[in-house]
Design a protein around this ligand. Structure first.
Ligand code: HEC
Ligand code: HEC
Length: 150
């Protein structure tokens, strides 16, 4: 067989560019206090922010926090994930943004399930059951109440 070196180069270049653009789809996106880059309060963020979907960044954990009467969003709370007890075994801390949304693309291991707590200025709400998925808004606001704090 006789390969044209230029053709080979172009093919390799094309593969490289394709890989680069795939790479771009999963950007590091982590919410922080007072930021306001998010949108779509209450929706399941991972219906779009997953590999192969339209949203920028593939979220591992994401959702929305509301105030006590579940009507408007609550900004700048903190979401904490724990592996065992809800005190010492902290796995991740996610800052909620100014719009009440939180999200992270960081790799978090859900294999053994994780406990969740949501810390506001005056309360610390804990979920009793363990979660095996970070798609908080797939349950909250759908099959159970919205997540809230005060
Ligand atoms: C219906 C699809 C869809 C849903 C649901 C969705 N997003 Fe997005 N998101 C997108 C798309 C598309 C973009 C990129 C274009 C844009 O900024 O609108 C994006 C962009 C973003 C960005 C990046 C903005 C930037 O400029 O860097 C953040 C942060 C974000 N979404 C957070 C969230 C959060 C948090 C949720 C859930 C509360 C969510 N998204 C739900 C489609 C969605
Ligand atoms: C599979 C569905 C499901 C997912 C996913 C889920 N939750 Fe829950 N959550 C529930 C249910 C059901 C309850 C009520 C029973 C309990 O506490 O276990 C609850 C309760 C809570 C509570 C306590 C509510 C209260 O009124 O005191 C908080 C806080 C909470 N969840 C936060 C979260 C956060 C944050 C996430 C994502 C990191 C999340 N949940 C993911 C189903 C879910």
């Amino acid at each position: 067989m006789n390969y044209n070196p230029l053709f080979t180069f172009v093919v390799i270049l094309a593969i490289f560019i394709t890989l680069q653009s795939c790479e771009k789809d999963n950007e590091t996106k982590i919410s922080s206090y007072n930021s306001s880059e998010s949108h779509k309060n209450g929706e399941n963020c991972m219906s779009c922010h997953t590999s192969g979907s339209s949203g920028e960044g593939w979220f591992i954990v994401a959702g929305t926090i509301y105030n006590e009467n579940l009507s408007s969003t609550y900004p700048n709370a903190t979401v904490k994930l724990f592996s065992d007890t809800l005190v010492v075994d902290l796995v991740a801390t996610i800052e909620v943004d100014n719009l009440g949304n939180f999200y992270t693309t960081q790799n978090i291991d859900f294999e053994n399930g994780l406990y969740v707590s949501v810390v506001g200025a005056n309360t610390n709400n804990k979920m009793l059951g363990k979660i095996t998925s970070g798609q908080c808004n797939s349950c909250h606001g759908v099959t159970t109440d919205r997540i809230w704090t005060k």
